[in-house]
Write a protein that binds this ligand. Structure first.
Ligand SMILES: [Zn+2]
Length: 308
């Protein structure tokens, strides 16, 4: 994905540059988090991903970000969306029943608690993320709109397509300030093939095209010119060469972190972000300070490394 970055500068200009000047004048912060399950960073680099290239070229991007929790989806998504690690949220496997989300909620539920006037939205097709399946939900019923599809029953390719169609409809029209869209298919495809298959690469390219659909939906919003959208994109874990994950090898623990939008300070970083930084960054953009989180805002301020 990195090779074509320069080529796509013209594309990103359409999305980022026109709003940049307006962002100085107090436009309303909004955030969309797109989570793509199980993307290995070297395969992201090999895939044709013009939309993610556009965002990262103009934004803050690291392909050396780290999970620092078990490289399993349950702890990964729990950490990304709550902003704290397993010792706090309590999820160390895909059994969510011991979770402490009441104390350490997902970022959308936290938005509802602190600023209930803001619109919150999630669309999910891995059942534990949004339903009581396996001890979930990770994202509580306290948010304004939560749409659940079922990748386990319908297959993640079709379910992701349903998710994106529903998200596009909502993001175009509703008064949403904070949103999360989950795409599960790349993880499943890699499990079924391996980490270097054409099918896996194609599934990442599909997720890139779906990201483009979501960005188009934002641009179509009637109030878009008065809004300051932060786009965050990340993944819950990498994978080993066989397509599995769960260990602590670098290819499993390394993830990408992408932040784009008028509020972002562009560039790469010498201090790699961590998965828990996603929630902290989303909240910070909305003006919600949460120093109790393990994560910290990344990409919104100076490039310097924060003290450990
Ligand atoms: Zn996963």
């Amino acid at each position: 994905m990195l090779l074509s970055r320069l080529v796509t500068l013209a594309v990103l200009a359409v999305f980022v540059l026109p709003v940049h000047a307006r962002a100085q004048t107090g436009h309303e912060p909004r955030v969309l988090v797109i989570g793509i399950d199980g993307v290995r960073v070297d395969m992201l680099a090999r895939a044709e991903t013009p939309t993610l290239d556009s965002l990262s070229g103009a934004g803050f991007f690291s392909d050396e970000a780290k999970t620092r929790v078990r490289t399993v989806s349950g702890p990964g998504w729990s950490s990304m969306l709550t902003g704290v690690r397993t010792d706090k949220h309590g999820v160390d496997s895909n059994n969510f029943s011991g979770n402490r989300y009441a104390e350490w909620p997902d970022f959308l539920t936290r938005v509802e608690a602190e600023r209930p006037e803001l619109g919150t939205f999630a669309v999910l097709d891995w059942p534990p993320l949004g339903t009581t399946d396996s001890g979930g939900p990770l994202i509580s019923d306290g948010i304004d709109v939560k749409l659940n599809f079922d990748g386990e029953t319908d297959g993640y390719g079709p379910a992701d397509a349903e998710s994106v169609e529903a998200a596009v409809e909502h993001l175009r029209t509703a008064d949403v300030h904070a949103a999360f869209v989950y795409l599960g298919n790349p993880d499943v495809v890699s499990h079924e093939t391996d980490s270097f298959s054409d099918e896996y690469r194609a599934s990442i390219e599909r997720a890139d095209a779906q990201t483009a659909e979501l960005l188009d939906a934002l641009r179509a919003r009637p109030g878009y010119d008065d809004e300051d959208w932060l786009i965050l994109v990340s993944t819950d874990h990498g994978r080993n060469d066989a397509g599995g994950h769960g260990g602590q090898s670098p290819s499993e623990t390394t993830i990408f972190f992408l932040a784009a939008g008028p509020a972002v300070s562009p560039g790469r970083t010498d201090c790699p972000p961590e998965i828990v930084d996603v929630a902290a960054t989303a909240l910070a953009h909305l003006g919600i300070v949460a120093p109790e989180l393990d994560g910290q805002p990344r990409g919104l301020g100076p490039r310097g490394c924060a003290p450990e």
